[in-house]
Design a protein around this ligand. Structure first.
Ligand code: GLV
Ligand code: GLV
Length: 341
């Protein structure tokens, strides 16, 4: 009996080709995410799953799906997976690093430019028929040349943002890597951002003209940006978040923006996704995107290819190439699973 592989999105036939003969494929026929219940029911017989950020893998789900051995998360972040529970049950899991770095860094720049130059507000103004001739003081924004960009999380994506910001003439500060994914830090050594200055979290906050967040969501990074840290920022500063919503205390952010203790924000992710804080929806100086950081045709295609390559590794009896760093430590029960492969 070939192992059952559940693919939660209608990947193209060509992408599935490398694994087609080695498993029983069950592919979601529609471009629609399964509800938690649909997912749970379909997962019951699966040994392998290619799943999305919206699919939460909890200890309960793992207990209900004892055949499950390999999870290919089609995302770089994997806060939807309960990693300690995977370790305990010797379930392998992989992510899709690198292939979405440029797409996410590009979107971060798009948000930076959109908020500092008030692109969305100005577009709305024009569509409303209010443009009656160029004015000298219309939609004044902030220039990037010479301004300080503080980067929290100097891993793959943080560095790719730094490289872009450098071309805009920005001064770049970044925090120590305590909040970043260490492996990501090491892997990102291919990108050299000569001028980037490593400094304390305090300086990162107080000197930022723009603060951009690129840390993974962990217990240690939840509400990393809270009311107290927002208060340390300049009132002329902007906050950008393309990582994970819960890293920012969203009601503290909304209060800071409302009270003009912050100039604006560009957000692609939300604390209680897909819900967006009602105060943020009402503020003109906030640009709100629907979690599209990696949404380019190029990145999406490569993400699916990488997820399938990881499944292919597993089917070939090899450790998946993008095994999560927490599972590569050889002190845990996962090592037994790796030895079995
Ligand atoms: C997207 O949010 C990802 O983690 O890939
Ligand atoms: C603006 O359009 C200028 O020409 O300065």
């Amino acid at each position: 009996m070939l192992p059952v592989a559940l693919i939660t999105w209608p990947f193209e036939a060509e992408i599935l080709e490398p694994i087609r003969d080695r498993c029983q494929l069950i592919v979601n026929p529609e471009p629609r995410f399964w509800t938690p219940n649909e997912f749970k029911l379909r997962l019951r017989d699966a040994e392998i799953v290619a799943c999305m950020l919206t699919n939460r893998i909890t200890p309960e789900i793992l207990d209900q799906c004892p055949k499950l051995r390999m999870i290919a998360n089609v995302a770089v972040g994997y806060d939807n997976l309960n990693v300690p529970a995977l370790r305990e049950r010797c379930v392998l899991a992989s992510n899709t690093p690198d292939v979405l770095t440029d797409a996410t860094a590009d979107l971060t720049m798009a948000l930076i430019l959109a908020v500092t130059r008030r692109v969305v507000e100005a577009d709305r103004f024009t569509r409303e028929g209010r443009f009656d001739g160029m004015q000298f003081d219309l939609f004044l924004g902030m220039e990037l040349q010479g301004k300080t960009l503080s980067i929290l999380g100097f891993g793959r994506i943080g560095r790719a943002v730094a490289a872009r910001a450098e071309a805009f003439g920005m001064r770049i500060l970044h925090g120590r890597s305590e909040f970043a994914d260490n492996r990501a830090d090491a892997d990102a050594s291919g990108v050299h951002v000569a001028g980037a200055l490593r400094t304390s979290l305090e300086q990162v906050l107080t000197e930022a003209d723009i603060l951009t967040i690129h840390v993974p969501l962990r217990e240690t990074t939840r509400h990393l940006i809270n009311a107290d840290r927002l208060r340390r920022m300049k009132s002329s500063a902007y906050l950008i978040n393309t990582s994970r919503g819960p890293i920012v205390d969203e009601s503290a952010l909304a209060a800071a923006l409302r009270e003009r203790r912050l100039a604006g924000a560009g957000l692609d992710v939300y604390e209680f996704e897909p819900r967006v804080h009602s105060d943020l929806l009402a503020l003109p100086n906030v640009v709100l995107l629907p979690h599209i950081g990696s949404a380019t045709r190029e990145a999406r295609r490569r993400m699916t290819e990488v997820a399938i390559a990881n499944i292919s590794d597993y089917l070939n009896g090899r450790p998946p190439r993008n095994l999560l760093p927490e599972l590569t430590r050889d002190d845990g029960p996962t090592s037994k699973e790796l030895q079995r492969l």
